[in-house]
Design a protein around this ligand. Structure first.
Ligand code: ATP
Ligand code: MG
Length: 423
C-alpha cells in the first residue's frame, strides 16, 4: 500500500493505512522498514533474516537508502515508516546521525522506531549517541545475529503499537475535551444571557414597583394619621387607589415571572378544550371602563365555531396584551376592531387599531424584552415593554403564528393563529 505524504503527524498515517482496509486485507498492509546503509550486503542480509517476520498479522516491507540524503527523501515521502535501521558512517562520518536529526526534528516524526547499527562503534560511542540523539536502540553490526535482529524488530514494533494505541486514546480524549469545552461555552453563553436578563429584571422591577408602592405607603399613612376625620367616600376613594396600585404591581410581577419562565425554557402550557369566542368576550369586559374613558369603541366580529384546545390563561394573557396595547397607544375617539375567524383547522384572531402605527425599524424590535418603542401611552397608562415578548413565546408554544401589519400613521393590526386540534 502506498501512503501519500500528507504532512499530518506520522501516527495518523498508521491509522489511515489500517482504517483503509478490511480485516481480510489487513495482512497485506505491511510494516515499512527503512534500511539506511552504504553497504549493499547489509541490505541483503537484513531482508533475508527478516523475510518471514510478522507482527500483529502484518509482514515487513523494506525500503532501501544508501546515503543519508537518500534516506531523507524516502523518509519524507513515506511518513508511515515504522522502523529504521540506520548506519552511522556513510557519505560523511556522521551522515546517519544527521539523518536521524532530520527525521526527528524536521519531519517531526517522533513515533518511528530507530535502531542505530554501526560497524565502527568508536566513531559514534554508544553513550554519546544515546544521550544526544533520539534513537531507540544501539547495535554493533557484528553482534546482530538473525535471532537478535528478529527480537529487536519485534520489540520495536510492539513499542510502536503501544504508541499508536496511546495516540488513539489521546485523540479520543482530545475530541471529548473539545466537545465538552464547546458544550460548556454554550452553557456559559446561556448563563451570561440569563444573568443580563436577571439584571434588567431587577432594575426594571425596582423602578416600576416603586411608584405604586409609594402610593400605597403614602395613602395608608395619611389614612392612619387622621382615621376619625375621613369620610366614607374619601376612605373608598383611597382604598380604590391602593387596590389599583396593588393590581399594577401584581401584573408586573406576573409578567416578570412569565418572562423568566419563558427565557429559561420553563413555559408549561396547560392545554384544555375551550371556546375562543367566550374567552375574548370575557377578557373584553376588563377593558370596558378604560375604553369608555378614552371614548374608544371596540367592534367585535366573532365566529362561534372556534372551539379547540389551548391554554386558557396564557391565551387570555395574549388577548389582554394586544387589546391593552391597541387601547393605550390610540388617541381618544378611535375604533378598535377585533375579529375571530376560522381558517381551515386554525383560528385566527386579529386586533386592529387606528393608533399611531409602528415604523419598520420598530417592528424589528417589537418582541424583545423591555422594549418600549416610539409609540407612547396616550393617557398615562403603564408601559414596561414585556407584553409582546410574552405574546410571541406563548403563541409559538401553541405552534401558532403571530403577525403584525402596520404603517406609521395608519394604525396597526396584530393577528395570531392557533391550531385548534391536538397534535
Ligand atoms: N398597537 C400598537 N400601536 C403602536 N405601537 C405599539 C402597539 N403595540 C405595541 N406597540 C409598541 O411596542 C412596544 C412594546 O409593546 P409591549 O406590549 O411589549 O410593551 P408595553 O405595552 O409597552 O408594556 P407591557 O405590555 O409590558 O405593559 C410598546 O411600548 C409600543 O411602543
Ligand atoms: Mg403591552
Amino acid at each position: 500500500m502506498n501512503i501519500q505524504n500528507t504532512g499530518k503527524p506520522e501516527y495518523e498515517d498508521f491509522f489511515a493505512a489500517e482504517d483503509a482496509v478490511s480485516d481480510d486485507e489487513q495482512s497485506k498492509v505491511k510494516w515499512k522498514v527503512l534500511i539506511v546503509d552504504d553497504e549493499e550486503d547489509v541490505h541483503e542480509v537484513t531482508r533475508m533474516a527478516l523475510a518471514d517476520f510478522s507482527f500483529d498479522g502484518r509482514n515487513l516491507e523494506f525500503i532501501s537508502a544508501f546515503t543519508g540524503k537518500e534516506a531523507e527523501t524516502l523518509a519524507s515521502k513515506n511518513r508511515d515508516i515504522a522502523l529504521m535501521f540506520v548506519d552511522v558512517v556513510m557519505e560523511a562520518e556522521d551522515a546517519g546521525l544527521q539523518f536521524i536529526k532530520y527525521a526527528r526534528d524536521t519531519l517531526k516524526n517522533s513515533s518511528v522506531r530507530i535502531i542505530l547499527r554501526t560497524g565502527q562503534p568508536g566513531s559514534a560511542p554508544e553513550k554519546d549517541v544515546i544521550k544526544n540523539y533520539d534513537i531507540n536502540d544501539y547495535k554493533v553490526k557484528e553482534e546482530l545475529t538473525a535471532q537478535k535482529l528478529y527480537t529487536s524488530v519485534f520489540s520495536s514494533l510492539r513499542a510502536l503499537k503501544n504508541i499508536i494505541n496511546l495516540n488513539a486514546i489521546l485523540n479520543n480524549l482530545e475530541k471529548l475535551v473539545e466537545q465538552r469545552t464547546s458544550e460548556l461555552n454554550e452553557q456559559n453563553k446561556e448563563l451570561v444571557k440569563l444573568n443580563a436578563l436577571k439584571n434588567s429584571f431587577v432594575g426594571m422591577a425596582a423602578h416600576d414597583l416603586r411608584n405604586p408602592l409609594t402610593v400605597i405607603c403614602s395613602l395608608t399613612q395619611l389614612m392612619m394619621m387622621d382615621m376619625a376625620a375621613l369620610s366614607p367616600d374619601k376612605i373608598e376613594k383611597n382604598l380604590g387607589m391602593i387596590r389599583v396600585s396593588g393590581q399594577r404591581m401584581l401584573a408586573l410581577i406576573n409578567n416578570l415571572l412569565d418572562v423568566t419562565a419563558i427565557e429559561s425554557g420553563n413555559l408549561k402550557l396547560n392545554i384544555q378544550s375551550g371556546s375562543l369566542k367566550k374567552l375574548i368576550e370575557e377578557r373584553l369586559q376588563l377593558f370596558e371602563f378604560n375604553a369608555k374613558k378614552k371614548d374608544i369603541e371596540i367592534q367585535l366580529t366573532l365566529n362561534n365555531a372556534c372551539d379547540g384546545f389551548f391554554d386558557q390563561n396564557h391565551i387570555a394573557q395574549v388577548i389582554d396584551n394586544l387589546v391593552s396595547n391597541a387601547l393605550k397607544f390610540s388617541e381618544p375617539n378611535k375604533n378598535i376592531y377585533i375579529t375571530l375567524e376560522l381558517e381551515n383547522t386554525k383560528a385566527k384572531v386579529s386586533v386592529r387599531d387606528e393608533g399611531p402605527g409602528i415604523s419598520k425599524e420598530d417592528q424589528v424590535k417589537l418582541y424583545g424584552t423591555f422594549q418600549k418603542l416610539s409609540a407612547q401611552p396616550t393617557a398615562g397608562e403603564k408601559s414596561t415593554g414585556l407584553g409582546l415578548a410574552i405574546v410571541k413565546k406563548v403563541i409559538e408554544a401553541h405552534k401558532g403564528e403571530l403577525k403584525v401589519d402596520s404603517q406609521l400613521g395608519a394604525g396597526t393590526t396584530f393577528s395570531f393563529t392557533l391550531p385548534l386540534n391536538l397534535d
